[in-house]
Design a protein around this ligand. Sequence first.
Ligand SMILES: C[S@@+](CC[C@H](N)C(=O)[O-])C[C@H]1O[C@@H](n2cnc3c(N)ncnc32)[C@H](O)[C@@H]1O
Length: 310
Amino acid sequence: MPTAAGRCLYRSNPGTPREIRLIEGDGIRGLAEGPAGRIDVVVTSPPYNLGQPYRLYRDRRPRDDYLRWIGTLGPAVRHALRPDGSFFLNLGGPPTDPWLPFDVARAVSDGWVLQNVIHWIKSIALDRSATGLDRDLALGHYRPIGSARYLHGTQEYLFQFTRTGKVPLDRLAIGVPYAHPSNRRRWKRSPVDRRCRGNSWFLPYPTIQRRATERPHPATFPETLPEWCYRLHGLARVRTAADPFVGLGASAVAAARLGLGFQGWDIDPEYLAFAARRLGRLRPATAPGPTAPVPRGAGAARPARAASRS
Ligand SMILES: C[S@@+](CC[C@H](N)C(=O)[O-])C[C@H]1O[C@@H](n2cnc3c(N)ncnc32)[C@H](O)[C@@H]1O
């Protein structure tokens, strides 16, 4: 159904708290034009203006134009989000332009408090001397760059913006066990064998064999990233999540698995069709219920070139 903010291509569980909607259209307008305060958590990754080979979106324009445009995301999310909501903004930049994520975060940040900066680690090398294991470990995937000056980029940022900087978090929902029982005794406040995992999150991409069919998009994040954001905000306080740049639907799939409501936008119907198929494949226990058909002709996107994010 077309509206000013887009055309709904996928809908499940209509009218229930677990309603999932994928909308072809401008996500910033979609957030700005709907009712105020209807969303609890936004987890999103916008285009970074790096010239990524998206199917429809042209990812290269003068820096000032781009920053002006992405700056409109801040007020749009602020309008749609509840006063105690969380806005998780995933940003990265190439080794050749390390200020980019900070410039974008600044452009978006008016009216927000930066509550946490999380480092999304995509790949890490652990020396045996540091782990006590009998071998060195190299984990995860990254895009290698041939350079005598720059290191491979193996991380991105996740900026958590809130209105007040005082939004309580469910840190133990994504916590880790104490390394040793004595640590738990020392930290008497801890009633369970779990501690906050901190702000470095190792979230490798799942290994794929054929990008063209398994991940036909140049810049995705893994499902676990939005899932941890929803859990960290506190599932008891999340009814509806949203992503104005939903791409292949990782944030939608994570929401569906957790039984949350969700609204997602993308300008590209083929990416949305892929996201809809992912949602359709969820096991019955987590599947989001009866689905509306996806329009014909919305198949897998063309193969994407290697890119910095995946
Ligand atoms: C970095 S990707 C998001 C990928 C997503 N997080 C995933 O895991 O698949 C950015 C997406 O924004 C979409 N896009 C660009 N401009 C848009 C706009 N104005 N409104 C909605 N989507 C837009 C692009 O088509 C692209 O899929």
